[in-house]
Design a protein around this ligand. Structure first.
Ligand code: PGA
Length: 256
C-alpha cells in the first residue's frame, strides 16, 4: 500500500564526473527494481547535472535543504522555487546536521516545510534524538516535538505527501545502526502520532524512512519491519554497487 522509498543523501560529497556516474548507475537500478521509489539528493551545485542524468528514468531527485523565502538577499542559500524550476521532486528538511551544526530550530524547519508545499516540493522531514536524549528516555518526547512542530500548519492533504525520516543522531555516520526493533518502535510511535494529529487512514499512508548507517547488510532486517517504509542513506549511497544492493534488499524485505 505504501510504496517503499529509498533515497540517497550525498551530503557535501562527489565531484561533477562522480555525480554523473553515480546518478546514472542509480537510475539504472531504479529502472530494474520495480515497486520501490528511488531518489538521490546531491549537492545543490550538481542538481542540474544529476537531473539531466536521471531524465527519462524513474530516479527522482531532491535538494538537501532550502530557505523559507522564495528569493531575496540570503547569500549562500537556495530557494524552493529554484529547486522546483530545476525539476526536483523532494527536499530534505530538518536533517540533524542542519539542526545541530547549523543551529536550525524547530520553528525555522516548520516554516521550511510550509514553504516546500507552497513551492510544489515534497518534504523529507528528518526527526530523531541524540544519544543523551535516548539515554534519558526522551526519545519519544524529542520525536514528538520534531514531528508536531515540523507539521504545524500542514493540512491533511499536504501531510499525505510528507515523507518522515527517523534518523537517530547517534546512528548517523557512526556505523551504529539502530536495531530493527529500536527503529520499529519509534516508527510505530510516529505513525500513532500521525493518527492523533490527523487521522488513522492518513497515518497508514505516510511513508516513514529509517536513516542512520543503513548498509547493504542491514537494510533487509530494517525494512522487514512493518512500519519501516524505506531508507534515507548517507555514506552508503555514495557507492553505486552498495546502494544498488541496499535497494534490492529493501525490495526483497517488502516481498517485491
Ligand atoms: P549515514 O547518514 O547513512 O551516513 O549514517 C544518513 C543521513 O544522514 O541521512
Amino acid at each position: 500500500m505504501r510504496k517503499p522509498f529509498i533515497c540517497g543523501n550525498w551530503k557535501m560529497n562527489a565531484d561533477r564526473a562522480g555525480a554523473v556516474a553515480l546518478a546514472k548507475a542509480t537510475a539504472q537500478t531504479a529502472g530494474q527494481v520495480g515497486g520501490v521509489e528511488v531518489g538521490v539528493c546531491p549537492p545543490a551545485c550538481y542538481l542540474e547535472t544529476v537531473l539531466a542524468a536521471a531524465k527519462g528514468t524513474p530516479l527522482v531527485v531532491g535538494g538537501q535543504n532550502m530557505h523559507t523565502e522564495a528569493g531575496g538577499a540570503f547569500t549562500g542559500e537556495v530557494a524552493g522555487p529554484m529547486l522546483k524550476d530545476l525539476g526536483c521532486a523532494y527536499v530534505i528538511l530538518g536533517h540533524s546536521e542542519r539542526r545541530h551544526i547549523f543551529g536550525e530550530t524547530d520553528e525555522f524547519i516548520s516554516k521550511k516545510v510550509q514553504a516546500a508545499f507552497k513551492f510544489g516540493l515534497k518534504p523529507i522531514l528528518c526527526v530523531g534524538e541524540k544519544i543523551e536524549q535516548r539515554q534519558a528516555r526522551e526519545t519519544e518526547a524529542v520525536v514528538r516535538r520534531h514531528v508536531t512542530t515540523g507539521l504545524a500548519g500542514i493540512s491533511n492533504q499536504q501531510a499525505r505527501q510528507v515523507v518522515i525520516a527517523y534518523e537517530p543522531v547517534w546512528a548517523i555516520g557512526t556505523g551504529l545502526t539502530a536495531t530493527p526493533q529500536q527503529a520499529q518502535e519509534v516508527h510505530a510511535f510516529i505513525r500513532q502520532l500521525l493518527a492523533t494529529l490527523y487521522d488513522a487512514a492518513l497515518a497508514q499512508e505516510v511513508r516513514i524512512q529509517y536513516g542512520g548507517s543503513v548498509k547493504p547488510d542491514n537494510n533487509f532486517d530494517l525494512m522487514s519491519q512493518p512500519d519501516i517504509d524505506g531508507a534515507l542513506v548517507g555514506g552508503a549511497s555514495l557507492k553505486a554497487d552498495g546502494f544498488a544492493q541496499i535497494i534490492t534488499e529493501g525490495a526483497r524485505a517488502k516481498g517485491l
